[in-house]
Design a protein around this ligand. Structure first.
Ligand code: FES
Length: 145
């Protein structure tokens, strides 16, 4: 049912954790399954994503897609990171079963939510970026990461 790559990223997820003083942090949640994904991005002054980390409270496919998503955005420009769609993540994982496609959507939205936070913090507009509809980052500032 799952590709070897999905199993690998699920069993050995890359980039798990948090980035202290991250340039952008975004949290998204899927109301239907209740899964939550939080993405941390460290972006340098040239707009290159130096580091990406994630924490996912969710299913195996959500873990695997967030792991792959962090791998794909690392070293990329913000515009390139926007091309890391759920389709790109799924392709990099050699596919997902149809019932798990929404999990990869969460990964795409987590990237967008973190970039949205970065844009807000820096008072900039990122062309082509929209606030994800499942963004639940609001009011997290008080939280102790
Ligand atoms: Fe909800 Fe996978 S079942 S993200």
């Amino acid at each position: 049912m799952y590709s070897e790559k999905v199993m690998d990223h699920f069993q050995n997820p890359r980039n798990v954790g948090e980035i202290e003083d991250a340039s952008g942090v975004g949290t998204v949640g899927n109301a239907k399954c209740g899964d939550i994904m939080r993405m941390f991005l460290d972006i340098d002054e040239n707009g290159i994503i130096r580091e990406a980390k994630f924490k996912t409270f969710g299913c195996g496919a959500a873990v695997a897609t967030s792991s792959m998503a962090t791998e794909l955005v690392k070293g990329k420009t913000i515009q390139e990171a926007l091309q890391v769609t759920n389709k790109a993540v799924m392709e990099a994982l050699d596919g997902l079963p149809p019932v798990k496609v929404h999990c990869s959507l969460l990964a795409e939205e987590a990237i967008h939510a973190a970039l949205w936070d970065y844009a807000e913090k820096n008072h900039i507009t990122i062309e082509g970026l929209q606030k994800p509809k499942n963004d639940i980052s609001e009011g997290e500032e008080e939280e102790d990461y």
